[in-house]
Design a protein around this ligand. Sequence first.
Ligand code: C2E
Ligand code: CA
Ligand code: CA
Length: 860
Amino acid sequence: MDRIAETPPASQRPSLQTGKLITAIAALFALACLIALGALFNIATTLNTNEREKSSFYAHKALEQRLESSRQFLSSYAVWNAAYDHLNGSPDLHWAYEEKNVGDSLYGASGYEGVFVVDDQTTKYALFKGQLSKAPASTYIENPLAPIIAKARNVAAERQQITEHVLFNGWPAVLVAAAIRPDDEVLTIDPQTTSVMLFVDQLTPEKLTRLGTGVGLAGMHIEKSDAPLGDQPSLQLGDTGYRLDWITPRPGDQLLWAVLPPLLGAMLVLGLLMVYFFRYALRTSREIDANLRSLQASNQALEASEQRFRAVAEAASDWIWETDRHHRLSYLSQRFVTVTGFQSEDWLGQPLNQLLSCETTPLIQWLDNQADADSPQLANLRCAYRDHTAQMRFCRVSARSIVFDGKLVGYRGTASDITDEVAAHARIQHLSMHDALTGLANRNKLSRFLDQALLKGQEATPLTLLLLDLDSFKPINDSLGHPAGDAVLLEVAARLRESTRDGDLVARLGGDEFVLVMNGMDSRNEIDRFCARLIDNLHQPIYYEEQALHIGASLGVAQTRLQGTDAGELIRCADIALYHAKAEGKNTWRYFSPEMNEQIQYRRQLENDLRKALKNNEFVLHYQPRYRLETLEIVSVEALVRWQHPIEGLLGPDTFIPLAEQTDLIVPLGRWVLHEACKTARNWPAQLLVSVNLSPAQFSRSDVVKDVHQILVETGFPAQRLELEITENVMLNDIEGALGTMNALKELGVRLNMDDFGTGYSSLGYLRTYPFDSIKIDKRFIAGLSSDGNDRAVVQAIINLGKAMGLTVTAEGVETEQQLKALGKEQCHEVQGYYLSKPIDKLAFEALLQSTQNSRADVC
Ligand code: C2E
Ligand code: CA
Ligand code: CA
């Protein structure tokens, strides 16, 4: 694209050439016009010049002829014996005029205005316009006569005459003079003595018109010599100061007038046509140039786009394909070779569906549907194929029809390799359906399996669901560590698998809980035998690092034939049966029975009531103070939840907390307790701590850190006054996670107290790792304090240990003075128990606070 923008001047070159050509043609045309006009004017001028010369020649000739004829005519009078006789001496007027020998006919018939006979001194005879005149010739003739007379006498011998242009009576005339002499062969007289006869032929307009007409010249006339002449020819009439003019035709001009207008018209039209043509040619040329440029540009763009396409096609992880109308491959991008390992030539020309296949939709049909669909969106189809190593691969095929001139000519699209994606998906699928440790089905798969099997309803073969819980697994896990626990679980999983058939399902629900779904096993007999065998099987020692580990198993049994086809319900029934099996001595199995169902009903009712109670705010907090043993002043107070049941009255936490923990209701309930405790304690003395119990379920099913943080912010209760009581159970399932949560809680500024200390499996280990501020010795040990037994030593050891670790040690469940004293002896820090105060409601506690403060004041 950029390259195109850089080169516009070069692309304009063609139109510049056209411009030059047009200018040259226009110049040639102008030159041709000029030459034609020049030639025309030249011809016209030549014609005019020729005509002028011709007319001059004819005018001259006409005048000459007139003179010649005048000379001859005069000669016939002058060279005449009778004239010599009658006129040379004294003139015989009678002879001459009366007898008309030289009479008026010379004017009337021959047109001579003046006829004179003169000699050196006198005019002997004079006729003016045919009339006798007494005036001398010089009266009429302005030129001096003497030279004329002399010349005439000089040529007399040769019978010659002389001619002169003279002014006669003020007007140009032709004068002919000849000496009068006898008509002898040889002149016998002296010509210098004879008289001279003069004939004057005045050049009158009429005569000139005749003269001109005689030679074809129009407008012959006399003009003064100094009159402007123009381009016309003329003849100078001697020294008379006049000239002879005539009108010369100008054929050149005529030619010009005749030819020039149409010629100019033609040239103009031609010129206009040429201008039009040039403009048209220029425009066309520009258009051609523009077309050429845009063609070049689009060629470049096309090339760039092709390069881009190639680059994209090669760089993309997808390969690109194209087929003809019959789905035969006509193009495969280079990427195809890389991905599939095939050569393009192996497949070009082959139908696409021979390469790719789809399990759900025939590929060809799908392609044809693409052609029919107007949707601009690319559709995708998951296809499979075998690459050159015959390994199965998957790709996501997109396709679009290629339509040319409204006709379908083929298809094109891409194929993205999704083999890894499919594998990952399968893996995720597997993981989401299977237990990561044992590879058995997990709770998800179990639900799905049950749903599918039970969907068939009555027609389905009856199913038996066995819920299995390992006995004595926790001690192994806690004492030998997780690897041992995992090894046990793996072995159990293997044994369970071995004991079942193909159509059965073995699942692990988490921890040491397993489910077996037995297909077609329905009779009690059969089930009993299977359960006994299974328990026996699991009872066999499991070897871990050459150590024989013994575990047991309890089973709860539920059957579709008896307990219905709801998966959740079945598991719940089996769970209840399992509970009974465990309660009745472990290593055994129990069938679910309707009596057990009553418990279910009760629990369900309770669960519903719990939900409602939360909504209706039926919970209250009671407060049990904690005392510093030395001074017995209240240093802390524990919030303990109670349920103000609308029917059953005030219920203790043992009746509903376990259920709340099982049903997730513990999360909102725990939040409520925390919020209520903080809100209430905000108004109590600043040095008073508040303890709130946290359930392990709150750790695993909610974000405790976030909740505590939020509640502290909401209530404005100082974090350092809040103490959270946590039992060791929190650490049982997820040691790492629990540690992280506790550290985060500590970062909020709250205190952590380990509740019921001494009842867990490996309490001492936890103390070192976890960020506790205090421990609370379980009330079971305190109860045993009164008797001088083992418990006393335990309490003593715990107090010492706590102290050694810098922890505050509290004894709970102090019911007697004796116990209190014993604890005082062991230098326990703090005490709590019925002996000092039972848990009491808010008002009572506030009253208690008040009274202790008063009594202290009294003491002071
Ligand atoms: P705990 O945290 O060990 O609380 C002490 C229990 O011992 C309380 O029972 C208390 O009333 C009782 N007790 C106190 N002094 C004496 C005594 O001198 N002798 C005897 N026999 N018992 C005494 P309560 O209130 O019934 O609570 C039972 C358990 O319910 C608590 O045990 C605690 O684990 C749980 N609980 C109570 N409130 C909450 C709560 O808000 N959240 C959670 N998650 N659990 C709670
Ligand atoms: Ca507690
Ligand atoms: Ca406790």
